[in-house]
Each structure stands twice: as C-alpha cells, then as structure tokens.
Design a protein around this ligand. Structure first.
Ligand code: SAM
Length: 291
C-alpha cells in the first residue's frame, strides 16, 4: 500500500458516478441513491446535469468541474471532502475521466488520502466493444484522433501494426475523414464496426471491412450524424505469400527453380534481408504447390 492508498476515514468520500449515454434507464439504482445522498455534485456542465437531476427528482447542489477549472477549482471540492462531506463526480454522459474531466480531481483526492469510490455504469467504448463482435480479449482505447489530417494520419501510422482491437471516439462531422484515413493506413479490408447513437432511438451497429464501411457512411448523410464509436480489428501478421513483398517472392522462386529448398532460402535471405526461416517455410509451401 502506498501513502496515497491509505484512506483517512474522518474525511468524506469522492464517488465517481457514471450517468447514461442516451437511455435514461441505464442510470443505476445505486447511482441515484448516492447522487441524492451526497452534499455536492461536481458536474462537467451544471446546466446539462441539472436537467438530468430534475428528471430523477434529485435536488443535491451542483458545482462546475470541467476541463478549464478542474485543476484550480479541484481545491474547492477537496476542502469540502476534507471537512467530512461526500461529493459525487459526474460528467455530461457516461463514465467520468473517459475522454471527460475528472482525472485531476481524482488524483488530488487520492493523494491526500480521500477515499475514491467508482460507481460503474454506461461507457460508450465498452458498450460498442461488447456488441461489435470483434476480438475483445485485448483492446486499446485511443479516445479522439487529432482533428488535423497530418496529425491524424501520423497517429494512425503508429497504430498500423497494433494487434489489439482499436477503439476510437469520433465527432460526427469528422467520421468520414477519419474513416478515409483509416482505410488508407489500415487498408480497405480491415474489419471495422461503427457504433452510432448507442442506447438511443436510432442506435446503429454496422460491421463491414473499412473500405465498405467508409463508402456506406459516405452514401448516407444520416450516418454522419449523432455520436459514434469506431471499433477496428487489430493488425494480423500476414501469412504465407503475403508475409514477404513481391520482389522477395520473385527472387525466391527464381532460386528455387535452380537449387534445393534450403540453399534457395538461404541465398534469398542474403539477397533480400528477409529472415531465412520465413523464406524456408515459404519455399516449402512453393514446392508443395508446384511439385
Ligand atoms: N465519458 C463518456 C463515456 O463514458 O463514453 C465519453 C465522453 S466523450 C466527451 C463523448 C464521445 O463518446 C462522443 O463523441 C462519442 O464518440 C462517444 N459517445 C458518447 N455517447 C455515445 C453514444 N450514445 N453512442 C456512441 N458514441 C457515444
């Protein structure tokens, strides 16, 4: 246990409370109880959250905790917590801290020994992944891609050979640009799923290879509206012939026509710089295919 894990029981508790991402029925019973019981709710946008609280008949006072004041105003919430009051942290939708404010407050609270309790609930990335049907055993969440194309492409280039499933948030007016860049960098055949307006009336979960998904979104303006999550299959190491470029394969085939498999693989490796073992396996496949 580190110093920041030691909880001071004389002080209040900071509850990190998930709220719905569309469907109000996703508000948990526990979240409703805690939001009604705490002394103060730290909210990303107090006007937005006031409507939500009103819907549920909760009259707890709200105070702003957004990305512009979170560092400075965090002290205000800490003082209330240190004085023994409980505070709940919420964002406009879903789980706080997930592409939303709250990180600095949670960090500061833990640093001074305040107990931080998560109340799990809606989160767009988890909702999308849970229904996408793409590998979910290992995944990475990349949040929002940069708005400018050069920076966006560069981020995608870094992710080109990422084997884990990739999850992105995207704004509706950039969904087509991002899909085009993903198609260019990851290739048109990479399996992808667009999760749009999840939990809402026009919920869409469309799974297609990237090139087809981009064309489908381009052909229907309705798909360029609302909130969206992109789930993209991770990179798969190419097998067999695809594992080497066309020139390497040509060299290997020429040598195979003149000499035994082992020697051809060894010489091709020296000429092209590709691993001997890989070329040997490939050479064996070539021999079987063309006895
Ligand atoms: N904290 C939130 C969460 O737990 O998912 C995310 C907040 S982030 C500012 C907002 C982004 O989340 C949207 O631009 C969209 O990419 C995604 N998102 C939120 N609600 C969504 C929904 N109902 N359907 C699809 N994506 C959603």
């Amino acid at each position: 246990m580190t110093a920041s894990d030691e909880v001071n029981s004389a002080v209040g508790t900071l509850y990190v409370v998930a709220t719905p991402i569309g469907n109000l029925e996703d508000m948990s019973a526990r979240a409703l109880r805690v939001l009604a019981e705490v002394a103060l709710i730290a909210a990303e946008d107090t006007r937005h959250s006031a409507r939500l609280m009103q819907h549920f008949g909760i009259s707890t006072p709200l105070a702003a905790c957004h990305e512009h004041n979170e560092r400075d105003e965090g002290g205000r919430f800490l003082r209330r917590l240190l004085a023994g009051e409980d505070v709940a942290l919420i964002s406009d939708a879903g789980t706080p801290l997930i592409s939303d404010p709250g990180y600095h407050l949670v960090r500061q609270a833990r640093a001074v020994g305040i107990r931080v309790v998560p109340l799990p609930g809606a989160c767009a990335l988890v909702a999308a992944l849970s229904a996408a049907g793409l590998p979910s055993d290992r995944f990475i969440f990349e949040g929002f891609l940069p708005a400018k194309q050069v920076a966006r492409r560069s981020r995608l280039e870094h992710l080109r050979e990422e084997p884990r499933t990739l999850i992105f948030y995207e704004a509706p007016h950039r969904i087509l640009d991002s899909l085009s860049d993903m198609e260019a960098v990851f290739g048109p055949d990479r399996p992808a799923v667009l999760g749009r307006e999840l939990t809402k009336a026009f919920e869409t979960l469309k799974g297609l290879p990237l090139g087809q998904l981009r064309a489908w979104v381009a052909s229907d303006a309705n798909q360029q509206r609302g909130e969206c999550v992109l789930v993209i299959s991770g990179w798969e190491a190419p097998q067999g012939d695809d594992a080497v470029d066309a020139n390497t394969l040509r060299v290997l085939r020429l040598l195979l026509a003149e000499m035994p498999v082992k020697r051809a693989a060894s010489l091709a490796a020296e000429i092209t710089g590709v691993k001997k073992n890989l070329l040997y396996q490939l050479a064996l496949q070539e021999k079987h295919a063309d006895p």
